[in-house]
Design a protein around this ligand. Structure first.
Ligand SMILES: Nc1ncnc2c1ncn2[C@@H]1O[C@H](COP(=O)(O)OP(=O)(O)O)[C@@H](O)[C@H]1O
Ligand SMILES: [Mg+2]
Length: 585
């Protein structure tokens, strides 16, 4: 049977109390009987002796004496002769004495015949009930022994009432001890249940405390328990903090990270992984990784790690909505605690590859751009050397071409140097307060002769000064480039410049009535060397670098440059800069 702790404690206490009380009661009962017999025996003995002393003065015959004395002392009185004949007995009528058997062999009688005091407890064969006998020697005439006897029923009833008292006391003691046992069992089992509840709460992660009082074993257990719970809590907290920190680190990593178990299911994946593979959200834990990634190279990498390779690498080119990507994938075992699990890291090389391509294209473009004027320089120089000098009609033309090509080369190199300077990391601006309108007007004035020569009107629309904080030389470069383009590409009409601004930005628009720029080319004209019509640009002495220089400078000022144009409708170039860019921008 499965008793509760409380029941077991109670039953144990109850059994102990019961056993102790039963033993005590039994002992007391036995002692009582002994004591009663002894006291009765003593009083019988005293009575017997005093009667024996009175024998010589006995009133009449022995049978009457026995009867009289018997009534007097309220006991059975027997008188026996030395040969064992009963001379008188208070419980036997005189005429019945002849039938009473010889009493000499009764143990108490034998002792008295030997001049000692005899005792016995026995059922009387003469009267048929239990008696306590005490016999003393008498030596008075015929009578050798005087015996008194008390029926044990008297003692028994005394004992019964004593026993009742004892039992009542025992019952009261038992009840009391049961009540105490019940209380102690209840208290202890309640405290243990409290501890149990506290342990369960700690198991659930609640900050529970056990009672520490009083200072017994359970109290000490409670204290130890509380120390343990606090220690556990602080360790769990530390682990949780560490886990959160790691998760945040992984979540914010630019590299894609995935943990895949030995069955190829995702254990953890970060947002970057999803982004790199062109998915909106990372896979839920438990998703088969290859169903999500759909890149056989990654499956191959995982197999290689599981086959024992230390950190295999592969390149993959997934297609995403942002276009093709180049990813470098590295895989490795997760460690001995997760047998067969693989850690996959995806690193995005797309931008690096693009940058490399831009650099290669740039070098190729520069070489190409340089080769054209150099080839013609060499051609004309060779022509001159090979007799052209003597050709008075054409030699001036040759030399002019050489000069023009040299100018173009110079312009190209100047632009390249400008770009290199602008792209230098940490390229700074020399900011100064200036009036943008004044700068524009000066540049327009410088270019006006060329515009007029080409039959174009060039005017700046009047208005308030436009104070800005900017790098004067560079802003001049921006305006010069935009005006130069407008004059260069416009055949008929006019070029107008407008300026304005609000509290924190200033803007400038250069509007021409030129050929316009096809829509598909508009996003690209700010790239280096990009020209809508290469031949025409070259013929006009363009390098293809002007607008990219413009864009760089405007961006260095924290501004933007845009174009609005339609073929045949002219073009509007607009740049906007903050009134006061943060220094060092
Ligand atoms: N105002 C304009 N009207 C028409 N096309 C223009 C204008 N400005 C620039 N473009 C186009 O953008 C290209 C790039 O300009 P830019 O970088 O200044 O190079 P470049 O002037 O040396 O050719 C030009 O080749 C030309 O095709
Ligand atoms: Mg230009």
């Amino acid at each position: 049977m499965n008793f509760s702790l409380r029941a077991r404690l109670f039953i144990a206490c109850a059994l102990v109390a019961l056993a102790a009380l039963a033993a005590v009661t039994a002992l007391v009962a036995r002692e009582q009987r002994e004591w009663l017999l002894q006291t009765h025996q003593q009083s019988l003995e005293r009575t017997a002796r005093s009667l024996a002393r009175d024998l010589p003065r006995a009133p009449g015959g022995w049978p009457e004496t026995a009867h009289t004395w018997g009534r007097m002392v309220g006991l059975r009185v027997t008188l026996m002769a030395a040969d064992g004949r009963v001379l008188g007995d208070s419980d036997v009528p005189a005429e019945g004495l002849s039938r009473v058997e010889n009493h000499r062999e009764r143990p108490e009688m034998r002792a008295a015949l030997a001049w000692k005091t005899g005792h016995a407890v026995r059922r009387s064969r003469t009267v048929g009930i239990e008696f306590l006998y005490v016999a003393v020697p008498a030596a008075s005439g015929e009578v050798a022994v005087l015996r008194v006897a008390e029926p044990l029923t008297a003692i028994a009833s005394l004992r019964a009432s004593l026993l009742r008292l004892t039992l009542v006391a025992a019952a009261v003691a038992l009840l009391l001890s049961l009540a105490i046992a019940y209380w102690i069992a209840g208290r202890h089992s309640r405290r243990i249940r409290d501890l149990e509840a506290a342990a369960a709460a700690v198991g659930r992660g609640d900050g529970a405390r056990a009672r520490e009082l009083p200072a017994d074993e359970l109290g000490r257990l409670g204290r130890a328990f509380n120390r343990m719970a606090a220690e556990l809590r602080s360790r769990v907290d530390a682990l949780e903090r560490e886990r959160d920190m790691r998760e945040r680190i992984v979540a914010h990593l630019g590299d894609g990270v995935a943990l895949v178990d030995r069955e190829g299911r995702v254990m953890h994946a970060n947002q970057a992984l999803a982004a790199l593979l062109g998915e909106p959200t990372p896979p839920a834990p438990g998703t088969p990784f290859l169903d999500f990634a759909r890149a056989p190279e990654l499956g191959d990498l995982m197999r290689r790690v599981q086959a024992g390779e230390e950190s295999p690498e592969a390149e993959l080119r997934p297609w995403t909505t942002a276009g093709p990507r180049l990813l470098q994938a590295t895989a490795g075992p997760l460690g001995p605690s997760s047998e067969g699990a693989v850690l996959l890291v995806l690193h995005d090389l797309t931008a690096m590859e693009a940058a490399n391509r831009v650099r290669q294209d740039f070098v190729a473009n520069v070489s190409h751009e340089l080769r054209t004027p150099l080839t013609s320089l060499r051609g004309y120089a060779e022509t001159l050397l090979g007799g052209g000098l003597e050709d008075a009609d054409h030699r001036e033309g040759f030399v002019r071409t050489i000069h023009d090509q040299a100018v173009r080369l110079e312009a190209l190199i100047a632009d390249l140097l400008s770009l290199a300077e602008l792209e230098r990391p940490g390229a700074g601006l020399r900011l100064a307060a200036l009036d943008l309108r004044e700068v524009v007007e000066r540049q327009a004035a410088a270019l006006r002769p060329r515009a007029t020569a080409a039959g174009l009107a060039l005017h700046v629309e009047g208005g308030e000064p436009v104070p800005v904080e900017a790098d004067r030389a560079r802003i001049e470069q921006v305006i010069a480039n935009l005006l130069d383009n407008a004059v260069k590409y416009t055949e008929r009409g006019e070029i107008s410049v407008m300026l304005g601004g609000d509290s924190d930005r200033a803007w400038c628009e250069v509007v021409d009535t030129g050929p316009g720029i096809p829509h598909e080319d508009q996003p690209r004209i700010f790239e280096r060397f990009y020209r809508v019509d290469k031949a025409r640009s070259r013929e006009k002495g363009g390098t293809g670098l002007g607008l990219s220089i413009v864009k760089h400078i405007v961006q260095l000022h924290g501004g933007t440059v845009t174009v609005r144009s339609s073929p045949g409708q002219g073009s509007t170039f607009r740049f906007e800069i903050p009134r006061a860019p943060h220094r060092g921008f």
